[in-house]
Design a protein around this ligand. Structure first.
Ligand code: ZN
Ligand code: ZN
Length: 356
């Protein structure tokens, strides 16, 4: 039912944009519209039909999983798309411009006779995906809770002398054992000075005194989680306590005051202003968060340069940080469901400074 509903909205988009069809090539969008979990397909949505174009490897799977008419690729995808467009007598077909390479597009033009016009579009499916339905929120909740449970057991493994890379491997192993399909990105374990690197993928460095930023997410039933916690090895000095306290205050201020319909920039300001007021604005060089769902980074972006609003029903991360080069950094990240009146924090892991 929900796939029919989603496809219906794309038909509305086609109508509104004066198109005869939309060619969807981005796999998360394909999954969202049809339920397909494989790794090669294109979907052509027209006013009256949904053509699911895939090759021999996925035909059986597609016939089982997919809402839409399965069309088998005999030679190449562009050729089959061209044939389908011609047979359906389409004239103006939208394509997903952020998700097509120039080469793919050329191949498509070459296989499609005149007078078909391919029209660049952007965000048709992504804007639907931004507002989650209850099943999606449940799927994200399960991924988030599994990540938290495993992380909370794992955290005691962080000790002086252990290599970051070994900790990341251990954490991944435990997540996979618990049932994660895979990681949603490479685990960040960044200790000491490296904790000042916002994307410090685990290295050969051994844990020493100081902060350790851990940022981890999984994919479970297609939906992603993403969490960061920063722990301190050894007793923190007053500056470390101060920095942690500022990041946590910024994070809580945002979680407590955001709500559906706010501008992205206004939500971002809820973290940024707290950090700036306490004198560390220049050390917070990334956005507050991002949408999360079938992809770990998806619409809406929440940053000082993002356009638009965050609608009720969006699921976003709230992840402010302070990073002092040569010293270290702190980031705290939860996943939050945005509602009409506020936000529901899904990540259950405590946020008081953990000293190991
Ligand atoms: Zn993260
Ligand atoms: Zn994140």
């Amino acid at each position: 039912m929900r796939f029919d509903e989603r496809q219906k909205k794309i038909r509305q988009y086609i109508n509104d944009h004066n198109l005869d069809g939309l060619l969807v090539t981005h796999l998360p969008n394909i999954r969202y519209l049809t339920g397909f979990t494989g790794s090669a397909a294109m979907v052509l949505v027209t006013e009256s039909e949904t053509f699911f174009i895939t090759d021999a490897r996925y035909v059986t799977q597609a016939e089982r999983e997919v809402r839409g008419r399965v069309v088998k690729v005999e030679n190449t995808y562009p050729e089959t798309v061209g044939e389908t467009v011609t047979q359906a007598r389409l004239r103006r077909v939208g394509f997903e411009s952020p998700h097509m390479t120039h080469k793919q597009l050329r191949a498509l033009f070459d296989r499609t006779p005149e007078p078909v016009l391919f029209v660049p579009t952007e965000g048709a499916v992504e804007s639907l995906r931004m507002v989650k339905d209850p099943e999606e929120i449940q799927a994200i909740r399960r991924a988030v809770e599994m990540t938290s449970e495993v992380f909370e057991e794992f955290v005691q493994e962080i000790k002086p002398g252990v290599r970051e890379r070994d900790l990341a491997v251990e954490l991944e192993y435990r997540l996979r054992r618990r049932g994660a399909d895979k990681l949603s990105f490479d685990i960040i374990i960044a200790s000491g000075e490296r904790s000042a690197l916002p994307h410090g993928i685990a290295s050969d460095k051994r844990i020493d005194r100081g902060f350790v930023v851990c940022d981890v997410g999984i994919v479970l039933d297609g939906y992603c989680s993403d969490m960061s916690r920063t722990v301190h090895v050894g007793n923190p000095d007053s500056r470390a306590r101060e920095i942690y306290d500022i990041v946590l205050s910024a994070q809580l201020n945002c979680e407590q005051h955001l709500c559906g319909g706010m501008k992205s920039q206004a939500i971002d300001a809820l973290t940024r202003e707290v950090i700036a007021e306490r004198g560390y604005g220049e050390y917070y060089a990334h956005g507050t968060g991002h949408g999360i769902g079938l992809e770990v980074h998806e619409a809406p972006r929440v940053s000082k340069t993002a356009d638009g609003q965050v609608p009720a029903g969006a699921v976003i991360t709230v992840e402010p940080g302070i990073y002092l080069p040569g010293w270290g950094g702190v980031r705290i990240e939860d996943v939050v469901v945005v509602t009409e009146t506020g936000g529901e924090v899904l990540t259950p892991t405590p946020k008081d400074l953990m000293i190991l």
